[in-house]
Design a protein around this ligand. Structure first.
Ligand code: MG
Length: 173
């Protein structure tokens, strides 16, 4: 049975992951409107991955005999200044999510909830990847600098090739 404090924190995290999904869908829309279909695709994959994150937590709360309570998803930003601005916002957002996951882990440690700590280990590793991916794209965009139409075109082509794979904890279920 899930401890009430941990259950509440997991429900808040489900909402945070759904907000992330909505944020990335909004970024995908902005990139598409800005004429960057590859980046739009990259964010659409992010959108799918964030829904997976919410579902992993959703399934876990149920598995532990807890109660999932879905809450409203707050509005997300809809405008960015440039491709670099979108990627910098992505990194800043993922850093916030990492802090949320760390807080969840600290809470489950304080509450002696070992199963939740074990489940969260996947998220801790995932956040390392999320931050690295965003940082790599920021680095690429900075290398291209302003006005490199050809470079940006090639990068956008590369991002068009990204495809979604279901998160491993869901594949096991
Ligand atoms: Mg996430």
């Amino acid at each position: 049975m899930l401890n009430k404090k941990v259950e509440e924190a997991l429900n808040a995290q489900i909402n945070a992951e759904m907000w992330s999904a909505y944020l990335y869908l909004s970024m995908s829309a902005w990139c598409a409107a800005d004429g960057k279909p590859g980046m739009a695709n990259w964010f659409e994959v992010q959108f799918q991955e964030e829904q997976d994150h919410a579902r992993i937590l959703f399934n876990y709360v149920i598995q532990r005999g807890g109660r999932v309570t879905l809450r409203p998803i707050e509005a997300v930003p809809t405008e960015w200044k440039s491709a670099l601005d979108v990627m910098e916002s992505t990194l800043a957002h993922e850093q916030k999510v990492t802090a949320l996951i760390n807080d969840l882990f600290a809470l489950s440690t304080a509450e002696n909830d070992y199963a939740t700590q074990s489940m969260l280990k996947w998220f801790i590793d995932e956040q390392v990847e999320e931050e690295e991916n965003a940082q790599n794209l920021i680095d690429s965009l900075r290398m291209l600098g302003d006005g490199s139409g050809y470079g940006l075109y090639m990068l956008d082509k590369e991002l068009a090739a990204r495809s979604y794979t279901q998160a491993s904890p869901l594949a096991k279920a």
